[in-house]
Design a protein around this ligand. Sequence first.
Ligand SMILES: CC(C)(COP(=O)(O)OP(=O)(O)OC[C@H]1O[C@@H](n2cnc3c(N)ncnc32)[C@H](O)[C@@H]1OP(=O)(O)O)[C@@H](O)C(=O)NCCC(=O)NCCS
Length: 237
Amino acid sequence: MEEKVIMATKPTRSQIMQRKKRIDQLIRSAYSPDKDHLSEFPHFRHYNTPGLSLVLESGRGDKLSSNLKQYIQKLLKVNMEGPYGAEWPAEEKVKRREMSSSEALYIFVRNVEESVIGFVQYRFTIEEEIPVLYVYELQLEPTYQGKGVGKFLMQLVELIACKNCMGAVVLTVQKRNSSAINFYLNKLRYNISAISPSKVYQLIGVIGQEKSYEILCKTFDHEAKAVLEVICLLYFI
Ligand SMILES: CC(C)(COP(=O)(O)OP(=O)(O)OC[C@H]1O[C@@H](n2cnc3c(N)ncnc32)[C@H](O)[C@@H]1OP(=O)(O)O)[C@@H](O)C(=O)NCCC(=O)NCCS
């Protein structure tokens, strides 16, 4: 990752306020209740490969049926208890809360029997003053992993992010989840973000401190790249 020293002119208060207003508008517009992000990409409604026929549908955290909530919790436990280890009981509670938030947006994947076999949960939010699509969960049942569905869902969320003028897709991954790290870094070309604890500790010279996760990102414009990818030492003149 690049390390840069940037000499910048300090923005005026009015410039800061205008920028904040523009970003808030982008987030509000992305959450507009009449917006169905999936319907804007009809080619992503179906995922068909030899022996696999799947249908995608969108959902919202505050509209989940109790069956769907139970399904999500069960799948999270199956896939994530291992990578989280001792942190799982606390993390499970956090995830249960996040699951039903009105800000949580979903794309569910169903098989030919119409059973859900996986999902991606995402939000539009702000990281370091950059509007981003944050992937909270990407979960597939074990028998449906390694068949291209994860890549397909990530391509879709990247398109949704760009369509809604987000600067990046951001996500958190457990360091112990080496197969997911390999999937994001090597297959989907994500980067460890400059805001990831490992990079921040490295920059400020903290030794011996470690977090169990990394923050990864894929950026779509120069500003997001400068803030989320490149480690900057910013000096105002
Ligand atoms: C991680 C996960 C979402 C990936 O989705 P997937 O559908 O299994 O992955 P895909 O089949 O789309 O794989 C895309 C590419 O990554 C590679 N890949 C996927 N999983 C891999 C693994 N475990 N080890 C090595 N390579 C892997 C595939 O070979 C494929 O490469 P290719 O494009 O060159 O053929 C899925 O395996 C999963 O649900 N895992 C459990 C939950 C989890 O860890 N989620 C991530 C939390 S941050």
